[in-house]
Design a protein around this ligand. Structure first.
Ligand code: ATP
Ligand code: MG
Length: 420
């Protein structure tokens, strides 16, 4: 194996494509930032116990996909497979829920790790932007998060995505449904693994992607018919708020999602151009999670959007983001003295807020201009010894090809004005 090969199921983000990833993260974060969500950053690993309890032993994420390991000091850790448990852990540890207003609204962005079978849109290292609203039970909060995700995708120019919506019930009605579902599932012709799942986490069987399993699930009892009055009313309110906001959604009573901790509202964003890995993001309410990891009752709701799949969705729709050139000005010097003077000028330009780069490595004029071209900068700043003796540099507009001398002491203001 070559040393220059990223590990299986991973890939590097490199220019120019990496700029798109930054822009996607930024676009997802923007509506959150302006809606009262504060930035939170947690470690890339946690005690394995947090995920075992918070995500659930019976989930694929914990039982199959987690990178768990023991440190030299004997700590049992895991690379984070998702963000919610960590964010809640951090909020509880800092007692943010006691500090004042509830809900505590947080957003995050980072790397996540799952030992999965790599394929397009499914990697072992991937990136999410997520949001959590902790400590309030209010359908408007569930609606807010869905609306903000919708706004983020639309601001990126995505159109062919759909929002699937369901309610998973609560502590009162879900157990009754669970039993009814188990009764139905036990009568089906299923493999050993799936039979075991019926006993541990029967709702997840509904999520089975295999055609023969799905065929048998026709006629399975629906949670919709088992929701208690409070859950029904809550769900209806979420639906009405979304409709009033002009956000279209589809009711999907089969939608259960992979994590154990979801209650009531659950949703997924799917994109129709992605094949099997169609979910670009998902989330829901997790009223029981805080207690599951040893905290007080803190009803909460959140989502995580996958950055990798969002980029694939943009590609599938043929959307190219308007990512501006990295620099506006590129300086090319001919000769040592000119280089020194121009380097000083470049530093001044940067301080003045003009994005500037220059040719390095003792390039010839020709090679320097080639580099200027490649940089995508609108302006080239060219100077040789003669120019400097005259007290000027040559300012070339790379778009029109026009070139004019500019007095040294006017360069910063001229370029600041032109690039503003
Ligand atoms: P899937 O059903 O495709 O496995 P999931 O339900 O496991 O998705 P979540 O845990 O809800 O996914 O994570 C939220 C989002 O993170 C997903 O919608 C997806 O965009 C992204 N994501 C999850 N796992 C991966 C992965 N292995 N590679 C790339 N993106 C991923
Ligand atoms: Mg998964």
């Amino acid at each position: 194996m070559s040393t220059f090969q990223a590990p299986k199921g991973t890939y590097d983000l490199l220019p120019p494509v990496s700029a798109t990833y930054l822009a996607v993260r930024e676009a997802i974060a923007a509506p959150l930032r302006s809606s009262g969500y504060g930035y939170v950053e947690t470690p890339g690993f946690e005690n394995v116990e947090l995920f075992a309890r918070g995500v659930g032993e019976s989930t694929d994420i914990v039982s199959k996909e987690m990178y768990a390991f023991e440190t030299k000091g004997g700590d049992r850790l895991a690379l984070r497979p998702e963000g919610t448990a960590s964010v809640l852990r951090a909020a509880l540890e800092a007692s943010l829920h006691k500090a004042g207003n509830l809900p505590v609204k947080l957003w995050y962005s980072g790397s996540y790790y799952r030992y999965e079978r790599p394929q397009k849109g499914r990697y072992r290292h991937f990136s999410q932007v997520g949001a959590e609203a902790i400590g309030a039970e209010d359908p408007a909060l569930d609606a807010e998060l869905i609306i903000l995700a919708d706004q983020a995708y639309r601001s990126l120019g995505l159109r062919n995505f759909r929002i699937l919506l369901n309610s998973l019930g609560d502590r009162e009605c879900r157990p009754v449904y669970r039993e009814a579902l188990q009764g139905f599932l036990r009568g089906l012709d299923l493999d050993e693994d799936t039979r075991r799942r019926i006993e541990i986490n029967p709702l997840r069987v509904l999520d089975d992607k295999r055609k023969d399993v799905q065929a048998q699930l026709v006629g399975a009892p629906l949670l919709r018919d088992h929701l208690c009055e409070a859950c029904k009313a809550y769900h209806q309110e979420v639906r009405e708020l979304l409709t009033a906001a002009g956000v279209a959604f589809e009711d999907d009573e089969r939608l259960v999602r992979g994590l154990d901790y979801y209650t009531r509202t659950t949703f997924e964003f799917v994109h129709d151009g992605l094949g099997a890995q169609s979910a670009v993001g998902g989330g829901g309410r997790y009223d029981g999670l805080s207690e599951m990891i040893g905290g007080p009752a803190l009803p909460s709701v959140g989502w995580a959007l996958g950055v990798d799949r969002t980029v694939l969705a943009l590609e599938a729709e043929g959307v190219t983001l308007d990512v501006p050139a990295a620099t506006d000005v590129f300086a090319v010097a001919v000769g040592e003295d000119a280089k020194r003077r121009l380097f000083g000028l470049v530093t001044q330009l940067r301080k003045a807020g003009v994005a500037t780069d220059m040719a390095y490595g003792g390039k010839s004029m020709k090679a320097g201009m080639k580099a200027a071209n490649r940089s995508g900068a609108r302006y080239a700043l060219v100077a040789g010894e003669r120019d400097l003796a005259d007290g000027v540099v040559q300012l070339k507009d790379m778009e029109t090809g026009e070139q004019e001398p500019v007095a040294l002491d006017a360069v910063v203001t001229t370029l600041r004005d032109r690039t503003a």
